[in-house]
Design a protein around this ligand. Structure first.
Ligand code: ATP
Length: 295
């Protein structure tokens, strides 16, 4: 449904997008993660046909996002990272304007969403909080029941209750076979809603993860606290994947190599061991560290 192929946009030799490749199939939810300034919004602007790539292409439903931008935009429900509102309008005025621009008369879904997000639409937009404005943007993106949704940091500014309302909405739309790409800084949100996730860093896609296999593979993280600092070196120098957390604390990722791990621990003086399943944050977090110290 969404295909990004060798997409390149050079703002400067280091800034922009460089040979970006990924695909989102119909009915799938794709999470797009990455540090500030990595290139998420720039990718989304290409998908919306607002920017012309230097090389490569992006297509939605076989339509080139740049060459056929008007047709592409008709298919999409779009939530920009920063929404621009017109002066002197309240929430409802804005939503009605959006409906008119799309020549869309159905109000049922709009009103359902207003109710669901508990939005007081009579409030003038200039008096709305960041979260309220975000709700207006979310309703505008979903209210015409689009086939494809492209959402730039949809939960930014929403309180935890409303984040949960949003997650439920995404899961419902997924049931209806909608195709969704959303950028986010929340690993938990991505893990709960997405089929796959990509992480972009410095304009390059550095990892793609299938969330379903993440759930089934069941890698575990062990937090090991040792009595003597020297044992941290012993564990770190093993073949296991490790991350030093403190002078006497280390994280070890274990998947099927339990015996090796147990033997290693038997050579150390261990004070405490704790364990939990590995999550998306464990896999992706080190990409956020500019120094990339993680092993
Ligand atoms: N029109 C432009 N001209 C020049 N540089 C730009 C332009 N748009 C974005 N950039 C630069 O490209 C890089 C990627 O920006 P982008 O907004 O896509 O990042 P992002 O991943 O969405 O970040 P954030 O998480 O902070 O929203 C940044 O270094 C930004 O300064």
């Amino acid at each position: 449904m969404i295909i990004v192929k060798q997409l390149t946009k050079r703002f400067t030799p280091e800034k922009g997008l460089f040979d970006l490749n990924f695909e989102v199939k119909k009915g799938e939810v794709f999470g797009y993660i990455g540090p500030n300034g990595a290139g998420k919004s720039t990718t989304i602007r290409h998908l919306m046909g607002f920017m012309k790539p230097d090389e490569g292409s992006s297509t939605i439903n076989d339509l080139d996002c740049w060459a056929k931008s008007a047709e592409v935009q008709k298919m999409i429900g779009y939530l920009p990272g920063e929404i621009v509102f017109l002066e002197g309008m309240n929430g409802l005025d804005f939503l009605i304007l959006m409906q008119k621009m799309r020549r869309h008369k159905m109000t049922q879904k709009r009103d359902e969403l207003i109710e669901r997000f508990q939005l007081d639409v009579k409030t003038p937009i200039r008096k709305m909080s960041k979260g309220m404005k975000q709700k207006v943007g979310i309703i505008a993106a979903f209210m015409h029941d689009p086939e494809v949704l492209i959402l730039d940091e949809p939960t930014s500014g929403l309180d935890p209750l409303m984040q949960r309302v949003f997650i439920d909405l995404i899961l419902e739309e997924k049931q209806k076979n909608k195709t969704i790409l959303m950028s986010s800084h929340s690993f938990q949100e991505i893990e709960r809603t997405c089929d796959s996730a990509g992480i972009i860093k410095d304009g390059r896609l550095v990892a793609l993860e299938d969330i379903h296999s993440l759930r089934t593979v069941q890698r575990r993280i062990f937090e090991v606290k040792v009595k003597n600092e020297i044992d941290i070196d012993t564990i770190h120098q093993s073949n296991l994947q490790t991350e030093i957390m403190g002078k006497k604390t280390i994280h070890v990722t274990v998947q099927g190599n339990d015996q090796e791990f147990i033997q290693l621990l038997s050579r150390c003086e261990v004070e405490h061991v704790d364990t939990r399943p590995q999550d998306l944050e464990d896999i992706f977090m080190h990409y956020y560290d500019r120094r990339e110290v993680a092993k």
